[in-house]
Design a protein around this ligand. Structure first.
Ligand code: ADP
Ligand code: MG
Length: 696
């Protein structure tokens, strides 16, 4: 394969420098290997030959075998066309070309036998085919079996490069590459009974049978996932071997006093288990890197706090970073009210912290008198220096870029333990691929007494009924959120909807106070509006998704989401999580236009049928693909899987992971001769691949 990587595509027969440049720009195809790894997205069946007399209604692309009995140019100017009369002895049909007339006329001759391939259409009661592919029966490219159809771009099509052309080039490349070196060690191929690379490449483009196609796909998916796993595992093994972390053997005064005097409620079983897992990690002397997943409302904050207290008990400081100012402020208020009474110094640092307060924070951090710092990304500024930072909590991690996170653990000689918390459950296969070296803890239990949120799908013409129901809730003293989409590309229009919605709500609910938050507001104004809602001075909060993560107002019982179809499922789940935090029944109403597509309705119906965040995340992944999943964009992995699909290939991910583990167990440095393939492949891939050291 290495040689194919270095073979420039411009040398392939029929391509040349100009088309090579086009292929490189449009499809990223630069070498023979790139071309061979440009896989079809579907296949045409060229295994059977139809007869004209059997043609019927809606047929797909089919092939016929016969002769042209006449070829004439008809029409003038823009309407000029070449019309051939084609017969196979069972009937005749018209074959029409509108372009490249001269060239076609010269290439195909009446009387000779051809195989034509295209979509038959009934036109004026007569069968016809427009721009079919034409082959002589003996032609080598008149491939039998299934034939690949390739993803293309409009520009390529306009330049006359179609799927057929790509197929031909692939066949030429295969024929011109007698040696396709295997990219997997023999032992793995034999043990897993995988198809060889050469056979797989032949069969992925031009499958000789369906079974062979499946075997080829399995092999190529495995290869792709295996190298990802090998990279992740190699990196995490190396890191585990090198990185020493703080050892926190003690549970001391802070933890114990808090536990006996300040605990607001009994921990759930899941919270206890997770705290144990984290404690065990922190006692090993290795740096902890742990992902804490727990559905919205599962009580991650308390877990984080208890772990921070362990860090304090062992003589270090702790820091909690949240993605928004609102959230950071809320964490600060909750946490400081719980721990200030037992003599713990907590401070809040955000973009709007005043210089005077900021100076105090800086000096207390460096002299060690500040125990817990809570804040937004302001905490990763270079001038924020700790005396001894031992534990970092990152809330709602998907909002932070990898680089931002990395800056936090550069603040110490010893890398602090890191706990990353998320309420967006990441499906297992995805977690294994993105966060291969993170340990994962899951809070899979909600605090007692919660009632699942009732979710309803309602259309714009039900709005009055929805408002009536909302009125009832308000009358009972409850509060409500009304959320509008706000997307950057559409910002102006969206803001207008939001403002109009706000006015309408104020008109409709004159007896109540309505407040208003969106991401474009000044932080101080935002905070003021949020405060009005949190203290029940306002009963309705009209907002964009700035309230999506973390905000906690247990008295709110209704969440209305406008234009729900414009949100992703995981996002809807997050939003819904803002209600149902108290003991009362809560409601989430998804509003859409009457005329939504069937798929859209099905998608939204997942929300109305389950409150299980994992089910929703899996469905989201299946429907949108991993590229769109929150978290993957910033994860640092360019999600350019060619053939494997993380949503559906979970088993192959597992297989690849096991094989990678096994390989590294036996040969950690990949020094054995049989693994030389792996070494050189990794080297070749290195230039393209992600910097694995930055993923955590
Ligand atoms: P999330 O996991 O979404 O961040 P929070 O930490 O905000 O959830 O907790 C949600 C709510 O549940 C908070 O009001 C919190 O005080 C409460 N809570 C957390 N743990 C428990 C518990 N063990 N029992 C009862 N309520 C709890
Ligand atoms: Mg939270």
């Amino acid at each position: 394969m290495n040689r194919l990587r270095n073979l420039d595509i411009k040398y392939l027969k029929g391509i040349g420098p100009k088309r090579a440049e086009l292929l490189g720009k449009q499809l990223g195809i630069k070498s023979y290997r790139d071309l061979l790894y440009h896989f079809p997205t579907r296949y045409l069946d060229r295994s059977s030959i139809y007869r004209v007399k059997d043609l019927s209604g809606e047929m797909p692309m089919i092939q016929l075998k016969g002769r042209f009995i006449a070829m004439t140019v008809q029409g003038e100017g823009a309407k000029t066309r070449l019309v051939g009369v084609f017969t196979d002895g069972t009937g005749t049909m018209e074959v029409v070309w509108f372009r490249r007339i001269k060239q076609i006329r010269e290439s195909y001759h009446t009387g000779n036998e051809y195989i034509i391939f295209g979509k038959p259409e009934l036109f004026n009661n007569r069968w016809s085919m427009v721009h079919p592919e034409v082959d002589t029966p003996a032609s080598t490219t008149a491939a039998q079996g299934l034939r690949g159809v390739y993803p293309l771009t409009e520009t390529l099509r306009n330049q006359g490069i179609g799927a057929r052309q790509i197929f031909t080039w692939v066949q030429t490349a295969l024929a011109a590459s007698p040696v396709i070196t295997e990219t997997l060690p023999r032992s793995i191929i034999e043990r897993l009974k995988l198809m060889s690379l050469r056979e797989s490449l032949i069969n992925i483009h031009n499958p000789q049978s369906n079974e062979k196609l499946q075997a080829a796909r399995l092999r190529l998916k495995f290869e792709e996932l295996f190298y990802i796993q090998l990279n992740i595992q190699r990196y995490s093994r190396r890191r585990n071997a090198q990185l020493t972390g703080f050892r926190f053997p003690r549970i001391g005064q802070y933890f114990n006093t808090f536990y006996s005097q300040q605990m607001p409620f009994e921990l759930t079983g899941a919270q206890k288990r997770v705290i144990k897992e984290i404690r065990a990690d922190m006692g090993t002397g290795k740096q902890m890197n742990r992902l804490l997943q727990g559905d919205v409302g599962s009580g991650k904050t308390l877990v984080a706090l208890l772990c921070m207290l362990i860090a304090l008990d062992n003589g270090t400081q702790a820091c909690l970073m949240a993605p928004t100012e609102i959230l950071a402020t809320q964490h600060y208020e909750t946490i400081s009210s719980m721990v200030a009474p037992i003599g713990i110094n907590v401070k809040l640092l955000t973009g709007s912290t005043r210089k005077k307060e900021r100076d105090i924070i800086h000096s207390q951090l460096t002299d060690g008198s500040l125990h817990i710092l809570i804040g937004t990304h302001a905490v990763i500024e270079d001038n924020v220096q700790f005396k001894n930072l031992g534990f970092v909590v990152i809330d709602e991690q998907h909002r932070f870029g990898v680089a931002q996170r990395a800056r936090l653990w550069q603040k110490n000689m010893v890398v602090p333990h890191v706990l990353v918390m998320t309420a967006t459950p990441i499906p297992r296969t995805l977690a294994m691929t993105i966060y291969g070296d993170l340990s994962v803890s899951v809070i899979d239990e909600l605090p007692p007494g919660r009632k699942p949120v009732t979710t309803l799908l309602r259309y714009d013409n039900n709005r009055m009924a929805v408002y009536q129901a909302l009125g009832k809730q308000l009358k009972q003293g409850r509060q409500a959120y009304i959320v509008y989409p706000l997307i950057q590309e559409n910002e102006k229009l969206d803001l207008k909807c939001l403002e109009e919605g706000y006015e309408m709500i104020r008109e409709t609910f004159r007896d109540y106070k309505v407040c208003y938050v969106h991401g474009k507001m000044k932080p101080a104004e935002k905070e003021h509006q949020m405060m009005l809602f949190a203290t029940n001075q306002a009963q309705i909060l009209v907002a964009t998704t700035v309230i999506e993560v973390g905000v906690n107002v247990p008295n709110a019982s209704t969440m209305i989401i406008e234009n729900a179809e414009r949100f992703g499922l995981s996002q809807l789940h997050q939003l819904r999580g803002r209600v149902g935090r108290g003991a009362d029944q809560s409601y989430c109403i998804l509003m859409t236009h009457q005329k939504i597509q069937k798929e859209t309705r099905q998608r939204l119906e997942i929300m109305t049928s389950t409150t299980d965040g994992f089910v929703i995340a899996e469905a989201d992944l299946k429907m949108r693909g991993p590229g769109d999943m929150e978290g993957t964009m910033q994860s640092g992995i360019a999600f350019d899987l060619h053939i494997a699909n993380l949503a559906t290939d979970g088993q192959i991910v597992q297989l690849a992971r096991d094989a990678a583990d096994d390989t590294l167990d036996k040969d950690p440095e990949l020094a054995l001769p049989e693994n030389s393939i792996l070494r050189s492949e990794l080297l070749q891939q290195a230039s393209k691949s992600v910097d694995w050291s930055r993923i955590s």
